[in-house]
Structures are given as structure tokens and as C-alpha cells.
Design a protein around this ligand. Structure first.
Ligand code: ZN
Length: 494
């Protein structure tokens, strides 16, 4: 049969309905974390199961292979659509159905076992389950890799085109400079003070909305709600964000809001022509995280933007222990050693991720037995953070990822920070007066540049190519490290 445009049109029409159903499934998940009455949990899990069943059947529909054989791409965009559909279809069909089912069953159960083990600080209660998860993930990786590297096959799900060897080389250059910066900061004579006082929930949320507006978040196509763990959800013309509040720490609310605004602006910034197609979503976890991180850190924690924030803080809460904008900037950027990745500052954060990357790679390779994981974790933590892990919930039990089989996900957090460092350098070159805008509480020139150079392309380019095109240079860890050193050395009087 000769390639034809009818097959392409049929495939895209079928795909569009699948994408629409996936958006509905995502909105059910959003509802579950924000609005759903507690008594509806059991019914909701049946509803989710039903729609997941429909989605699975559509994604493995045998007609897709026929359409892919016959479809003719008339332009680059159509070729990219076909590339993404072909890739997803290969992943959906390579893994045997019984293995996929077994993985789904195990990981839905193992999350509960992990949560109980973490609450009880009981590593032994989690290890047999983790061992099973790793075995199944290795089987899945073998099915996907077809002779290639197992970890790469898992990584590819989150970061197409990335390899563990490439990341390991980059992370190997990142680590010593981060450790040296951390040590210098913690030995510095000048140690900034944290904010003091109590911060009302409603006032925090009002300010959080202003922050989202400052970055150009489109309230006509989004909304902000409370959730236990902040997340963003949806794409196209419906990209919602969530946040949380803490009475003693308003930065938790403000910076998780700005972070999620970054994710949501990415989805909202994609070319409307790609709506409900494979191109109509963020291209990878790393690029997604680059958007959330540049909003949160390079922009949201900058001296210029925090200067404007300080004025809004004083209006709302008074000085809260920060006499001036400089002290406020230092409080926002305080570096503090701690056990928990999600609470880490910019200097410590990547050290957490690098450690998990090395450990999970060794687990998938079979170089590290699960029985030796806790000791390996604690040794590495002492080396990189100078702290002895006091209990497993502050150590290897702190993150949900491994319990639900998310191997290959962690490195995309640091890759996102590396990309954010590169994009920030290019953005500053392109918008030299950016600080003047940020100091007025207006980050929209940054959003506009990111939309034009990154966000609007959706899934059109490979992640690394996308960043290269946006920056005009091949991405590496240099800009991130230069940024961190240029920011934190003066902040600590080094
Ligand atoms: Zn994120």
C-alpha cells in the first residue's frame, strides 16, 4: 500500500479523541486532589479505572499500526506528530500485557506499603515490595530496551533522547562545585535570618494570586486551588495550578505557586494549532522542570523581583523580621542543610537528585541490592551533605517515586535546573532590561521570551535540540553553576 494522507487524517482523528479522553482522566485526578468529597474515593477509583481501561485499549488499538504504515506526512509538523505517535505505540506494545498489568497492580499497592513504612520508620517493611518493583521494572526495561541499556529505556519515558552515560558525565562535573559551594556557604561568617511571625492563609493566597499574575498566568484558562502536594494539571486551554499554605512559612506557598505557574504557562503557551494532538504537551519532564525552575528560582528569587515582593509583603504582613528588601532577599535565599529533597534550597537541591540518580541506576543495573540501599544512601548523604541521617523517613523512605516504579524520573529534576540555567543566560542577553520589569512586579517579558523560544513549540523538537535552538548554544551545567556561584557568594559575603 502506498503512503497516503487519508490514513494520516484517520490516525489524527482517532488520536484527538484519545487525547481528549486523557485530558478528562487528568481532570478527574485534579478533582480528586482538590474538590472531591472524601466519601467518593471508592467510586472515583472505579471511574478512573474505567477511563484508564478505555485509554489503554485505544493506545494499543491494532489500527494504529496500520495507519502508521500508510500515513504520509506532508510537512515537518505532521512528521513530528507521526514520530510521537509511533514512539508511544512502540512503548505501549513492546511491554507484554501481563507484565503491564502486574506492574499496575503492584505499584498501586506498594505506594500504601511505602507510606506505612515511612510513617513507622520501618525500612524492613518496605524492602520486599521495593525488591519486587525493581524486578518488574527491570523486566519492563528489558522489553523496551530490546538489547540496549535498561536504565536508558526507563529514562527515555521521561526524557526522550537522554542517556544515563551523558547525564552521569554532566552530573559528575556538577557535584564537586556544588559540594564546594555548600561547604563555603555553611562556613560563612554571615548567616541570613529567616522570617518570623505568623501568616494568615487567606492573605497568603491573595498574594499568591498576585504572584501568578505577575508571571502572566492566564486566569481565563486556569485556576488556583489548595492541595496537600502542589501540582499543575491539564494542557491546551485548561492548565490549573494548586498550592498549599503554612502559617509559619509563607515562602512555601509563594514559591510552590510560582513553580506551578511555570509548568502551567508552558502548557498554555503551546501553539493552539497543536491542541489535543501529541505535539500539544510539554516535550519532556526536564524541559517542563526548566520552566517551573526558571520562574521559581532565577526570576522569582532574584534580587529585583524579591524587592517588589518585599513591598507587597510589608503591605500584607508587616516586616516579619526583615527590616529591608536586602534582608528579605537574603531570607528568601537562605541556604540551610536538611534531609528532605522537596524542602531543599537551590544549592542543596541538585545534590539530593544526583544521589538518587546514582543509587537508582545501580539498583536497575543490579549493582546494588535493595538490602544494601539504606547503608549506601546514608554513606552518600554524609559525604555530600555532612549530615548523618537520623531516621529512614529523613533518608531513603522520604520520596514516593521508587515505590510507584518511577525509575529514571529523578535526573530530570536536575536536568531541568541545568536547562533553566542555560535559558536564563540566553534570556538575560535577549532582554537586557529584565530587572527593571521584575522590580515592578512584572515578569511577563520573561514569559513572552520563553513562550516564543520554548513553550510554543510543544513536542515539535527533541528536548535537547529545543534548548539548543532557544539558547543558541548546546546546553551544559556551566551556566547553572556560574549563576549559583554569582548569586550565593556575595549573598554570604564570600
Ligand atoms: Zn515541577
Amino acid at each position: 500500500m502506498t503512503p497516503n494522507t487519508t490514513a494520516y487524517a484517520q490516525l489524527m482523528a482517532f488520536q484527538r479523541q484519545t487525547e481528549a479522553l486523557a485530558q478528562i482522566a487528568g481532570r478527574l485526578g485534579w478533582d480528586q486532589e482538590t474538590m472531591m468529597p472524601r466519601g467518593a474515593a471508592e467510586q472515583r477509583s472505579e471511574e478512573m479505572g474505567a477511563i484508564e481501561g478505555v485509554l489503554h485499549a485505544r493506545r494499543s488499538d491494532p489500527r494504529i499500526a496500520d495507519w502508521l504504515d500508510q500515513a504520509l506526512a506532508e510537512d515537518d509538523e505532521a512528521a513530528a506528530q507521526l514520530r510521537l505517535i509511533r514512539r508511544a505505540h512502540a512503548r505501549a506494545t513492546r511491554v507484554p500485557a501481563d507484565l503491564a498489568q502486574e506492574l499496575a497492580r503492584l505499584t498501586s499497592m506498594s505506594q500504601g506499603i511505602w507510606a506505612e513504612a515511612r510513617a513507622a520508620d520501618d525500612v524492613a517493611a518496605f524492602l520486599p515490595t521495593l525488591d519486587q518493583v525493581i524486578r518488574l521494572k527491570r523486566d519492563e526495561a528489558a522489553a523496551l530496551a530490546q538489547g540496549g541499556d535498561l536504565y536508558d529505556a526507563l529514562l527515555d519515558d521521561y526524557e526522550p533522547g537522554a542517556t544515563a552515560a551523558g547525564l552521569a558525565a554532566m552530573f559528575g562535573r556538577l557535584r564537586p562545585r556544588l559540594v564546594a559551594l555548600r561547604e563555603a556557604i555553611l562556613d560563612a561568617p554571615r548567616q541570613p535570618a529567616a522570617l518570623t511571625g505568623s501568616f494568615g492563609t487567606e492573605a497568603q493566597l491573595r498574594l499568591a494570586r498576585r504572584l501568578a499574575t505577575a508571571f502572566g498566568y492566564d486566569w481565563n484558562r486556569g485556576r488556583l486551588d489548595l492541595a496537600v502536594h502542589p501540582f499543575s494539571s491539564g494542557s491546551g486551554n485548561d492548565a490549573r495550578i494548586t498550592t498549599r499554605t503554612s502559617e509559619t512559612d509563607p515562602f512555601n506557598c509563594f514559591y510552590s505557586t510560582i513553580h506551578e505557574v511555570g509548568h502551567a504557562c508552558y502548557e498554555l503557551g503551546i501553539d493552539p494549532d497543536y491542541l489535543l494532538t501529541p505535539l500539544g504537551a510539554g516535550v519532556s519532564m526536564g524541559v517542563h522542570e526548566s520552566q517551573s525552575r526558571i520562574y521559581e528560582n532565577q526570576l522569582g528569587r532574584s534580587r529585583a523581583f524579591t524587592g517588589w515582593m518585599f513591598g507587597r509583603m510589608v503591605e500584607t504582613f508587616g516586616h516579619a523580621g526583615a527590616p529591608d528588601a536586602e534582608a528579605f532577599y537574603c531570607a528568601v535565599n537562605r541556604v540551610h542543610p536538611g534531609f528532605i529533597r522537596t524542602e531543599a534550597d537551590e544549592v542543596h537541591y541538585n545534590l539530593h537528585v544526583l544521589m538518587r540518580f546514582d543509587l537508582e541506576r545501580a539498583l536497575i543495573r543490579g549493582d546494588l541490592a535493595v538490602g544494601d540501599l539504606e547503608a549506601a544512601w546514608n554513606d552518600r548523604f554524609a559525604a555530600d551533605f555532612g549530615l548523618a541521617v537520623d531516621r529512614p523517613s529523613n533518608g531513603m523512605l522520604q520520596d514516593v517515586h521508587w515505590s510507584v516504579g518511577l525509575f529514571g524520573y529523578f535526573p530530570t529534576y536536575t536536568l531541568g535546573n541545568v536547562y533553566a540555567g542555560c535559558l536564563h543566560r540566553a534570556l538575560r542577553d535577549a532582554v537586557p532590561d529584565l530587572d527593571d520589569h521584575l522590580a515592578q512586579g512584572d515578569a511577563t517579558p520573561a514569559t513572552e521570551w520563553l513562550r516564543e523560544n520554548v513553550q510554543r513549540h510543544g513536542g515539535l523538537f527533541q528536548p535537547r535540540d529545543l534548548i539548543s535552538r532557544a539558547c543558541g548554544f548546546a546546553p551544559d551545567e556551566g551556566p547553572l553553576l556560574d549563576y549559583l556561584e554569582a548569586k550565593f557568594r556575595p549573598l554570604y559575603g564570600l
